[in-house]
Design a protein around this ligand. Structure first.
Ligand code: ADP
Ligand code: MG
Length: 252
């Protein structure tokens, strides 16, 4: 069943990459949830452009719509209205199958609770997205995974199970996994929420390094100090973008 579904996915066609497109472009994006108490508008018309290589911190009160916003960008959830392009791909027009394939190749996702598979080693966890998307030849995958673990500073933990790693090490493995298919965009929802402040700072340094290499990074955080290490802070309030200012304007 799973194999058949996977085989079906490899046949899915996607629109090709668009050179020079913004990393993310949202236009009038709305999200309405159906709840027991009726409809709830979690996003009330978001307009946003993020350029390649930006490291954007998304901040705002709990319940303001941060996770909803970034779940639109990863395709984990779909907008109710408006338009959304990622690297030139019109995500709002893709079918569910197209989204699954597109996400595997285009977006690296990092979660607050790491979400590593407990029965797989660190190395196997990093190889999984390559297997899933049939990216890279079989024999290249373990070498590539090892290289990514080294890049994020846990090369020596490759053969351990997640339970035998610290929280910070697990998050590094999760970041290595998010980079498995060399996606142009990394999206992280409170990735430092379960890390001590020193480890959190190291994760932010890593994101800055990756942004310097051209990756685009969107990170939700509660921590104003960490947010200030990004290249741009985006504040979400009641389903809208409240203020967006660049590093330059902050230092004026
Ligand atoms: P944040 O990440 O900023 O804390 P969320 O994006 O998770 O906020 O949620 C924004 C609002 O949308 C909240 O009021 C939340 O209760 C509501 N919400 C989120 N997901 C759902 C859902 N699946 N069904 C109904 N309401 C939801
Ligand atoms: Mg959230």
């Amino acid at each position: 069943m799973f194999k058949k579904w996977l085989a079906g996915l490899t046949a899915v066609e996607l629109p090709g990459p668009v050179p020079d497109a913004p990393a993310v472009r949202m236009q009038a994006v709305r999200k309405v949830y159906q709840t027991g108490a009726g409809e709830f508008e979690a996003l009330k018309g978001i307009d946003l452009v993020v350029e390649p290589g930006e490291f954007v911190a998304v901040v705002g009160k709990s319940g303001s719509g941060k996770s909803t916003l970034i779940n639109m960008i990863t395709g984990i959830d779909r907008p109710t209205g408006g338009e959304l392009w990622v690297a030139g791909t019109p995500v709002h027009t893709l079918t569910e199958n197209q989204i699954a394939v597109w996400r595997g190749r285009t977006v690296g996702v990092v979660f607050q609770f790491f979400q590593l598979l407990p029965t797989l080693t660190a190395l196997e966890n990093v190889m999984l997205p390559m297997d899933f998307c049939e990216m890279y030849a079989d024999h290249e995958r373990s070498e590539r995974a090892r290289g990514l673990l080294e890049l994020v500073g846990v090369g020596d933990q490759a053969d351990k199970l997640p339970a035998n790693l610290s929280g910070g090490q697990q998050q590094r493995v999760a970041i290595a996994r998010s980079l498995a298919n060399d996606p142009p965009l990394l999206v992280a929802d409170e990735p430092t929420g379960n890390l001590d402040s020193r480890t959190a700072a190291a994760v932010i340094d890593l994101f800055n390094q990756l942004a310097g290499e051209g990756k685009t990074i969107l990170m939700v955080t509660h921590d104003q100090e960490l947010a200030e290490q990004s290249s741009r802070i985006l504040t979400v309030a009641e389903g809208r973008i409240a203020t967006a200012f660049s590093e330059d304007s902050r230092h004026e």
